[in-house]
Design a protein around this ligand. Structure first.
Ligand code: ADP
Ligand code: MG
Length: 311
């Protein structure tokens, strides 16, 4: 459990973060959402002590972070920022193994962990272990960045606008993957975004910040049903759903004969799922399966045509 207790940061007499308190349960995702300048990054950086709080404290499983040396603390807290932050001259394996190496894990244990994480992120270890970041797609780089932050099984993963650089459609897939991996590993995640749609999609709980203050901390359903203020109502109301149309059309409506490689999608998927799968894995078509047998394919062109989407 992470307890944030009246944490405050004053810069030049102004409160960037103003007495924010919240509890994050182990094994859950909390999304902190707010407009630019609302104090989200400052709040996150006070948790791993990249910024020292002016007052207040954070406790991780009952222990104040102030009683741990910052560099030790940061090995126990994963941190992912926008862009992947990978070391360009290190291989994927070396990047993912960075913190376990600092912790002096034995070599075999690091290698096993790297392979386990690559597999979990749908990247074949034999194919990707020895590549350099520049040899990966944007989505793959982002996955390696998250895998690296998870490598040492941190108590907590902090993510500051991790998907901000990704195309909106790939972002939806990245969010789904993060959810899936978080459930598999039981990780505790605190993620910052300015995108209310992302917050609602990902958060077990959503913390809305405005002007340094926490204005609502609730489940997505509560937030939508009972926004605590006009500001929150506005943010929720502004959620854009440009892909709503695609998520309402089943793949069966666009399925055609022809070859397609890679992991198939079940026939019950939506065109939005198919679009995400194509863009995420760099395919121009995905195979569709019904009851375990091939039922044709859906192409990127067909999806785009159905949605009226253009390049
Ligand atoms: P967000 O991540 O929500 O966009 P930040 O936490 O980055 O917001 O910033 C919150 C407020 O604190 C802003 O007004 C910003 O200008 C101010 N601020 C952030 N970092 C510093 C700093 N190092 N020195 C002075 N002011 C800062
Ligand atoms: Mg920020």
């Amino acid at each position: 459990m992470i307890e944030i207790d009246r944490i405050t940061k004053v810069y030049d007499g102004a409160k960037a973060v103003d007495a924010v308190s919240m509890t994050v349960e182990t094994g859950t995702i909390t999304v902190i959402v707010g407009t630019s300048g609302s104090g989200k990054t400052t709040l996150l950086r006070m948790i791993n002590r990249l910024e020292e709080p002016t007052s207040g404290e954070v406790r991780i499983n009952g222990e104040s972070t102030l009683s741990v040396k910052p560099h030790i603390l940061r090995r126990r807290i994963g941190y992912v920022i926008q862009g992947h932050g990978l070391f360009p001259h290190h291989t994927v394996a070396r990047n993912i193994g960075a913190v376990p190496r600092l912790l002096n894990w034995p070599r075999e244990k690091i290698e096993a962990r790297v392979d386990e994480l690559l597999t979990l992120f749908s990247m074949d270890p034999a194919q990707f272990r020895d590549r350099y970041p520049a040899e990966l797609s944007g989505g793959q780089q982002q996955r390696v960045g998250v895998a690296r932050a998870l490598a040492s099984r941190p108590d907590l993963l902090l993510m500051d606008e991790p998907f901000g650089a990704l195309d909106p459609i790939i972002r939806a897939r990245a969010q789904d993957d993060l959810r899936h991996i978080q459930q598999r590993l039981g990780s505790t995640i605190l993620l910052v975004t300015h995108d209310m749609e992302e917050a609602i999609r990902l958060g077990d709980r959503v913390a809305v910040m405005d002007g340094g203050r926490l204005v609502q901390h609730a489940t997505p359903a509560e937030l939508i049903a009972r926004p605590a203020s006009a500001f929150v109502a506005d943010m929720v109301g502004n959620v854009e759903r440009p892909l709503r149309l695609l998520s309402l059309i089943p793949v069966s409506e666009a399925v055609e004969d022809g070859p397609a490689e890679g992991e198939p999608l079940p026939a019950g998927s939506s065109l939005r799922d198919a679009l995400s799968a194509c863009l995420w894995t760099g395919r121009t078509a995905v195979p569709i399966h019904r009851d375990g047998t091939s039922a044709g394919r859906v192409t990127l062109d067909a999806i785009r045509a159905r949605a009226g989407l253009h390049e």
